[in-house]
Write a new protein. Structure first.
Length: 93
C-alpha cells in the first residue's frame, strides 16, 4: 500500500518565496558582473538595441573595438559606454 503525502501550504509558500529570492539575487549578480567585463555580440545588440549587421558595420568602421578568442567575439562594456558621445543642443537663430 502506497502512502500519499499531502503538501503543506506553509512549506510550499516558503519554498516559492525562497526560490523567488534566489532567482532575483542571481539575476542581480549577472547585471552587476557585466558592467566591467566583456559582452558577447548578442549582449551588445540587446544593450544598444541594434541589429547584428549594425554592430558589424560599427566594428568595421572603428566605432567599437572587438576582441576575439577562438571563434568568439567580445566587446568591453566600459569601451561601449565610452564610445557613446554626448549630443550638443541644436540652437536655431
Amino acid at each position: 500500500m502506497k502512502k500519499s503525502i499531502e503538501p503543506n501550504t506553509t512549506n510550499t509558500n516558503n519554498l516559492q518565496e525562497l526560490i523567488a529570492i534566489k532567482v532575483y539575487d542571481a539575476l542581480s549578480n549577472i547585471q552587476i558582473s557585466n558592467e566591467d567585463g566583456y559582452l558577447t555580440r548578442h549582449e551588445v545588440t540587446k544593450l544598444l538595441k541594434i541589429s547584428l549587421a549594425t554592430l558589424h558595420n560599427w566594428t568595421n568602421k572603428g566605432y567599437l573595438k572587438a576582441y576575439q578568442i577562438g571563434g568568439r567575439v567580445y566587446y568591453k562594456h566600459s569601451e561601449i559606454e565610452s564610445s557613446l558621445t554626448e549630443l550638443k543642443p541644436f540652437c536655431q537663430k
